[in-house]
Design a protein. Structure first.
Length: 161
């Protein structure tokens, strides 16, 4: 991460009533995601875990902040809730890119590279994608902080794993 900080621990272990409300909203959106794609033959839907847990963290980025391409290899799905996205001084400033490999272009052109998709995010956006997809952020130039609640959904086999 560049010009960014990340919270420690699991955000969802906080017993605050607001955290519980956020967790409830995420569970509802996960069920909507599963239902929306329930006719898919993709393994991510066909093998949907019976039991799952959430692990979350906050990421605060300053001007020029970015995260390099990465995957969450222990997750089933990854997601993010955009608490604050600064005004976009360029069309893709602060957006997230999902892709099939760890090759990063500063500002990819979706019309040229079919292996990358820019997801336009604004304050309040909720994004879900398979944790096995590489993803990264496009730097932004605003003086406002970009604040995101990121999370992973991971299978829980009942043994705390």
């Amino acid at each position: 991460m560049i010009n960014s900080i990340q919270s420690a621990g699991n955000f969802f272990h906080n017993k605050n009533k607001f955290v519980k409300k956020i967790k409830d909203i995420i569970h509802l959106e996960l069920e909507n995601y599963r239902i929306n794609f329930n006719k898919s033959n993709d393994g991510i839907i066909k093998n949907w875990p019976k039991n799952y847990e959430l692990s979350g963290w906050l990421v605060k980025m300053k001007k020029g902040g970015k995260i390099k391409p990465h995957i969450h290899d222990h997750g089933w799905l990854s997601g993010s809730i955009y608490i604050n996205v600064p005004p976009k001084l360029n069309i893709n400033s602060g957006n997230i890119v999902v892709c099939l490999n760890d090759q990063q272009n500063e500002i990819p052109d979706n019309n040229i590279d079919k292996n990358k998709k820019i997801i336009n995010v604004v304050t309040g956006s909720f994004c879900l994608f398979p944790a096995s997809l590489y993803h990264y952020t496009i730097p932004f130039k605003s003086d406002e902080d970009r604040i995101v609640l990121a999370f992973d959904v991971f299978q829980n086999d009942g043994n705390g794993k």
